[in-house]
Design a protein. Sequence first.
Length: 514
Amino acid sequence: SRWYSCEFPGHSLAGKPERGVLGGGVEALLSYIFTEVIKVYLDLVAVLLPAAGLLQLQDVKKTCCEFLESQLHPVNCLGIRAFADMHACTDLLNKANTYAEQHFADVVLSEEFLNLGIEQVCSLISSDKLTISSEEKVFEAVIAWVNHDKDVRQEFMARLMEHVRLPLLPREYLVQRVEEEALVKNSSACKDYLIEAMKYHLLPTEQRILMKSVRTRLRTPMNLPKLMVVVGGQAPKAIRSVECYDFKEERWHQVAELPSRRCRAGMVYMAGLVFAVGGFNGSLRVRTVDSYDPVKDQWTSVANMRDRRSTLGAAVLNGLLYAVGGFDGSTGLSSVEAYNIKSNEWFHVAPMNTRRSSVGVGVVGGLLYAVGGYDGASRQCLSTVECYNATTNEWTYIAEMSTRRSGAGVGVLNNLLYAVGGHDGPLVRKSVEVYDPTTNTWRQVADMNMCRRNAGVCAVNGLLYVVGGDDGSCNLASVEYYNPTTDKWTVVSSCMSTGRSYAGNNCLIFLVFC
Ligand SMILES: *[C@@H]1O[C@H](CO)[C@@H](O)[C@H](O)[C@H]1NC(C)=O
Ligand SMILES: *[C@@H]1O[C@H](CO)[C@@H](O)[C@H](O)[C@H]1NC(C)=O
Ligand SMILES: *[C@@H]1O[C@H](CO)[C@@H](O)[C@H](O)[C@H]1NC(C)=O
């Protein structure tokens, strides 16, 4: 038989089929029986699938399920899940359930989520498999769900908060957000959960492990994010090799090589693509930009930057890719440019106040931060930091770090900006400091296991990974990660195949959501 489907991405499955649709269902089935051609669309499936079940048209039922699976979207997956449950479509039920867990942050914004019953909300938020950047998403989802029908739902606060893993949230968030929430204040059981979380934070690290509660267990999403990509670098000369770390298999493997040699490039992940921006090709600082599609395992060149830059910082702010500072072969740069993926064009924005090569950049709270680096003019490694507001197109100095850091790795975790390692002259650091934008202060956290500069940094599942770099004499193949809850660094057992540094200056690693 032949099948046609009309797709309306992002539509919900209608609760009750309308009469027209019911007629459509009968018509479609008759047409199928006589011609073996059927036209499937979302509302129609709501009547077609039960009818197909009744008439034992297994082919039709199977196709309906496959169609619904192809339509899964954050706005409709909970409805499709309920529908699959009602009609005993086990496979579809599991797919919709996994989809909801993997897109939790978007699903909780949907009408379907706000209209779930208490049991279903508890079952969803108690899952270990939720893919979330932070436990905040779960807390905010609970508050939004209760506020949707506050008079009726506030009595469920304690039952819901039982599944929110408050100990995994940063102290600042517990004090500034959770404790201030009226719904929490009004429930003594919720206050007990808050005390449990505070106690967890007060305990010395080794005693925290002894505190066994469902709320101190890390969520362990299955699929996402899955790969970390390390692009080019110098080992010891500029190379084309690209490696991927699979978090599930816990091993490294090679993927498609760069079109040309590149090290000291800026790297970002944007719109499903990895961008390698500028850098050094072994003889020249380049303007060129390549993008990698992890699904096709293929590299493509996009528009050149306006300026040549190596050891630049690159980051994504409001959907634009920014290339910040760097070195053009003769001087350090203060200039900054942005790339619009839709028009495939680069344009200059306001320059920084300071020339910065080997600069680390990160985005927190809608602002772009440029951290330390090397000022070619005064020949100094820098401890100064400035931040860019795209609305005003202005750079402003913020609090300085406690030490000079050039080639520091910069990463963002839980709305805090981390500056990892780097060097001041010949001294390569293992120290790490973290910036809190709400207080404009830096504070020291635990040292890494190794001294590193020009390493890559990224946040995965609430941990901050630092990859490669060099310790002043050797390129490093090792990877370590920081757990902010325990304030500890742990070395990953599997190393890259080659030690490399400068693989995308300060951020050589990217998460690819497969
Ligand atoms: C606190 O909770 C009680 C019972 O659940 C409710 O009647 C009362 O209105 C709540 N007060 C506030 C300020 O929300
Ligand atoms: C570096 O780039 C320049 C200009 O694009 C090119 O002429 C040169 O051959 C490249 N060098 C290497 C080693 O690829
Ligand atoms: C950028 O500056 C404008 C004007 O001062 C301000 O309203 C806005 O909140 C700033 N943006 C961020 C993300 O802080």
